[in-house]
Ligand binder design. Structure first.
Ligand SMILES: Nc1ncnc2c1ncn2[C@@H]1O[C@H](COP(=O)(O)OP(=O)(O)OP(=O)(O)O)[C@@H](O)[C@H]1O
Ligand SMILES: [Mg+2]
Length: 452
């Protein structure tokens, strides 16, 4: 039998119902390859045939947890995740679990429990099944729990089920998992990553910055994540690069955390000082997971370090091209990521944009240069709302005036706002701080004048 007729043969077995099999060869291939693992033949001959023996207009599809080679079935996992969102409180028996990987408690169908889902007008009856299977191996008899979902629906919707409903379940499950997964912050020690949970509270909402700039960033991110097909078509790696620059305390690191929280991307915080060779760098970059952000903070300092190393001749014995330079690094990343189909973001930060290698500032090198500046009226509104949940206050006008004259970072303003739970007191403290700063700055200027 050639492989095509074999597939058709298998597909018939899996899908046999009272209705005839109308699946096209294409459809059958999809079913067999992606959804229904090979062991169904085994199952059919080992007592499971009961499942298929209903004589009605119903189709039955079983979605088993593991293939016979103990490889887990993605569709089974996805169905479990998807069905979680369909569980109604009227169900008497549920299963609850919580793993380290997840943020929330996960409720799922217990063995034997079922529910009905309606998708595009089609009614689907799901049931979670379990059966103990005893098998004899050369080590003796073993009993394992075999789990599967049994899905009943009207047989005339078989095509819709396989071509639309199942892909929908796989997509939804992916989305649900992404939201529920704990974000990680990965940091490198030499050429290996270690990770901790990322608990940074910053979100795009709580980030204080100029309203128009924030909108632009959000639009850029949204366009980026939607553009998989576009990037594929133009043959470019699906990546985006942001350069954040601005004085300390203006929210560069906060923006990085906010983007990670917004996209649900892990952060890989690359410390270039730990990396000495391209081979080490390569190992680190290959070790990154999909949907992640590579962050290199204070790139001007990492550059300085490289230059200093060169001057001091510490690595004289190393051949020159094994040293890591920033431009080299970015080209290297481009090359490595060009083969990746998954979205990646790279973020560089610096306090001093003017100290950067011009090659880095060249148009097209980084997709967006984002200036994180001193606190202006927009930023102040966000901070006031974050810390005191107020949108208006009689003192706002005076503060706006002071912010135009005084360079105060969002970090400094936030600190003043935290001085009291009472908004009047906190805003008063901020005014005092800004007035003092204005005086202080004045004094510095006078001092400089007298020095000259
Ligand atoms: N734009 C902002 N919006 C909200 N909070 C901010 C902002 N900027 C600073 N903060 C507050 O100040 C703290 C320090 O800011 P952050 O670490 O993001 O600054 P940074 O620009 O990365 O500074 P550095 O250049 O020193 O790394 C934050 O934890 C946050 O509480
Ligand atoms: Mg920072």
């Amino acid at each position: 039998m050639d492989s095509h007729s074999q597939i058709m043969e298998s597909a018939k077995k899996y899908l046999t119902t009272a209705a005839s099999v109308a699946a096209s060869a294409m459809l059958a291939r999809t079913v067999v390859n992606e959804f229904l693992p090979n062991e169904f033949r085994t199952l059919l001959s080992s007592g499971f045939h009961r499942l298929f023996s209903r004589v009605s207009t119903d189709s039955v599809i079983v979605v088993i947890r593991q293939t016979e080679r103990r490889i887990s079935n993605e569709l089974y996992d996805a169905a479990g995740t998807y069905l979680r969102t369909k569980i109604s409180p009227t169900l008497k028996r549920l299963r609850a679990s919580k793993t380290e990987e997840n943020n929330s408690i996960i409720i799922s169908l217990d063995d034997g429990q079922g529910l009905t889902d309606v998708f595009e007008g089609v009614e689907y009856n799901w049931q979670h099944m379990i059966q103990q299977e005893t098998s004899t191996t050369r080590f003796g008899e073993t009993t394992v729990d075999v789990r599967w979902y049994k899905l009943n629906f009207h047989s005339k919707y078989k095509d819709v089920t396989l071509n639309t409903y199942f892909p929908h379940i796989l997509d939804r499950a992916k989305e649900i998992k992404a939201v529920d997964r704990r974000l990680k912050l990965h940091m490198n020690e030499y050429d290996s990553w270690s990770e901790i949970d990322l608990h940074h509270p910053a979100t795009m909402d709580t980030l204080a910055m100029e309203a128009q700039l924030k909108r632009t960033i959000l639009e850029d991110l949204a366009r980026f994540v939607k553009r998989k097909e576009y990037y594929k078509r133009i043959g470019k790696a699906w990546k985006r690069g942001y350069l954040l620059f601005g004085p300390p305390g203006t929210g560069k690191s906060s923006l990085i955390a906010a983007i990670a929280n917004y996209l649900r991307f892990d952060i890989y915080d690359l410390d270039l000082k730990e990396v000495n060779r391209n081979s080490e760098l390569k190992r680190l970059l290959i070790g990154m997971t999909n949907k992640s952000m590579l962050v290199i903070e204070d790139i001007d300092c990492s550059l300085d370090l490289r230059n200093r190393d060169g001057e001091e001749g510490e690595e004289e014995t190393e051949s020159h091209d094994s040293d890591v330079t920033l431009s080299g690094l970015l080209n290297f990343i481009d090359g490595l990521w060009s083969t990746s189909r998954e979205e990646r973001i790279i973020v560089l930060t610096t306090n001093y944009k003017d100290r950067l290698d011009p090659a880095l500032l060249r148009p097209g090198r980084m997709d967006m240069h984002i200036h994180m500046g001193y606190c202006g009226p927009d930023s102040f509104r966000v901070l006031a709302s974050n810390y005191h949940a107020i949108d208006e206050h009689p003192l706002f006008e005076e503060i706006d005036c002071l912010l135009k004259e005084v360079e105060a970072t969002p970090a400094e303003v936030a600190e003043e706002l935290m001085r009291s739970d009472d908004a009047d007191i906190a805003l008063g403290a901020l005014i005092l701080f800004l007035q003092n700063k204005r005086k202080g700055e004045g004094r510095e200027e006078i001092l400089l004048e007298s020095l000259n």
